[in-house]
Design a protein around this ligand. Structure first.
Ligand SMILES: *Cc1c(COP(=O)(O)O)cnc(C)c1O
Ligand SMILES: *[C@@H]1O[C@H](CO)[C@@H](O)[C@H](O)[C@H]1NC(C)=O
Ligand SMILES: *[C@@H]1O[C@H](CO)[C@@H](O)[C@H](O)[C@H]1NC(C)=O
Ligand SMILES: *[C@@H]1O[C@H](CO)[C@@H](O)[C@H](O)[C@H]1NC(C)=O
Length: 433
């Protein structure tokens, strides 16, 4: 592990040197020297087996039974066996919590009834008089929670720091840290502009200024198959399990993983008291979905690369932002932290051929890509962030962020790539027919 870390440090120095000497646009020249981090050889086995032990159950079921029970018989008053009441603990949820901890190589896992419930639980670790530093392009629910709940009801001050492809995130965090700063929150990959978070850089700053600050990464867009924020210096990883981990767009749930016993105990208590837990049925569905996470993520990346390269070659596309390809300004940073890139990307339609209707007509003429919110399922989705991001974001905020009427976001699924490329080509060609 230590070796891995120091390799990361060397690599980061090299990256910043290249950036300083050649500027952003010519970094590509040397990028073939870097590879993605090696893939985790035990991941698939862990995804399929952790949390499930046939010998633990009387009949030896290979697939974990779904414990559809709210309560458990006690041997004497106040003497429950292992489980007492399903909001506190349920065997199916337990299995899911062990599984997500293992996927992120963390010690403790917690499951929630939505990604947003997981976010709220973690964000509420900060209260009276605390200060939070939050990236300004985090998931809308996170932004809204800090802006509308934490600030107004919990006496928490929040500094939103501006993210871009080329600012020094670690330095921005250093400047924003106050004596009462308790938490720093970034998404591993931002929505919809696909800005990559420099986790080791920010972690280093936090550890040097005040190691008591909790560093949180929402890694929903990247997935634990491609990146392990806890190993890179984060204290807590948050996931919307609704997305890649379940992967079949049929369950809403959230997860938290940490190595800190103290944080886990606080979160566990809060989970029980606040009560936003997933049902045993939902847990079972996610356990099933996660079994194929490795093969799905590999396919999301293969298709992602093909789609990105195709879009880059089409004259009706101006710019593609996909961390998996060299044209992304933070491609090397991504490679230094991840084992690959997911199916998440955005692109701008070529503004010299578009009008107000172009994005709408492009999106509605797609046949394989469904026009819809969400991401991370086996099926491909496309959306228009300008009109589909949550209401909290004002038009001005959208423009300052670079979210224009021409920006399309894709969640590239695992269908046959030929049908995906054909679908995109037909819809793009139609813009200039
Ligand atoms: C979807 C999403 C969430 C919220 O998850 P829900 O399960 O919809 O509540 C949180 N973070 C990110 C990055 C997401 O994409
Ligand atoms: C929040 O910041 C404002 C302005 O800097 C300050 O007056 C106030 O005391 C701060 N509150 C907390 C809870 O830190
Ligand atoms: C961190 O927390 C410990 C224990 O609460 C405390 O003793 C220490 O002063 C804190 N450090 C900083 C830099 O706030
Ligand atoms: C955008 O379209 C214009 C007009 O057709 C064309 O000249 C230009 O090369 C296109 N831009 C890209 C990036 O393909």
């Amino acid at each position: 592990m230590l070796g891995w870390f120091s390799k990361l440090e060397d690599h980061k120095m090299m990256v910043s040197l290249c950036l300083a000497i050649f500027g952003l646009t010519t970094v590509q020249a040397s990028s073939h020297n870097t590879a993605w981090l090696p893939r985790d050889k035990t991941f698939a086995t862990r995804s399929i087996h952790v949390g499930e032990d046939p010998d633990y159950y009387r009949f030896g079921p290979v697939v974990l039974p779904i414990y559809m029970t709210t309560t458990f018989k006690q041997d004497a008053p106040g003497k429950p066996r292992t489980y007492k009441y399903s909001r506190d603990d349920n065997p199916t949820r337990d299995a899911l919590e062990q599984l997500i901890a293992s996927l992120d190589e963390g010690k403790y896992g917690l499951a929630y009834s939505s990604g947003t419930a997981a976010i709220t639980a973690v964000a509420e670790l900060v209260h009276d008089g605390g200060h939070v530093i939050c990236a300004n392009q985090v998931f809308g629910g996170t932004y809204r929670f800090f802006q509308q709940i934490a600030s107004k009801f919990h006496n928490v001050n929040v500094t939103f720091i501006t993210e871009s492809y080329d600012n020094d995130q670690a330095e921005e965090v250093r400047k924003a840290i106050l004596p009462n700063t308790k938490m720093v929150w970034f998404d591993g990959l931002s929505n919809p502009l696909m800005i990559v978070c420099d986790i080791p850089g920010i972690s280093k700053v936090i550890k040097s200024v005040n190691p008591n600050i909790t560093f949180v990464i929402d890694n929903t867009f990247v997935s634990p198959y491609f990146s392990r924020p806890l190993q890179l210096g984060a204290d807590i990883v948050v996931h919307s399990l609704t997305k890649y981990i379940n992967g079949h767009s049929d369950v809403t749930a959230g997860g938290v993983v940490t190595n800190s016993r103290a944080l886990y105990e606080k979160l566990k208590l809060y989970q029980d008291i606040a009560g936003s837990v997933p049902s045993p049925m939902d847990c079972s569905q996610i356990i099933r979905g996660a079994k194929t996470l490795e093969v799905r993520m590999q396919q999301h990346m293969k298709n992602g690369l093909k789609v990105a390269k195709f879009l880059e070659s089409h004259p009706n596309v101006e710019l593609v932002v996909y961390p998996g390809v060299e044209s992304h300004p933070q491609h090397k940073l991504a490679k230094s932290m991840w084992a690959g890139s997911s199916g998440m990307m955005s692109f701008y339609l070529n503004s010299s051929i578009t009008n107000e209707q172009s994005a709408d007509s492009f999106l509605t003429s797609l046949k394989v890509f469904a026009l819809g919110q969400s991401l991370g399922g086996v099926e491909s989705l496309a959306e228009l962030p300008f009109k589909m991001l949550d209401d909290w974001m004002t038009q001005k905020h959208r423009y300052t962020m670079g979210v224009s009427e021409n920006l399309i976001r894709l969640s590239v699924g695992i269908e046959n790539h030929v049908s995906l490329l054909k679908d995109l080509k037909t819809a793009l060609d139609a813009l200039t027919d």
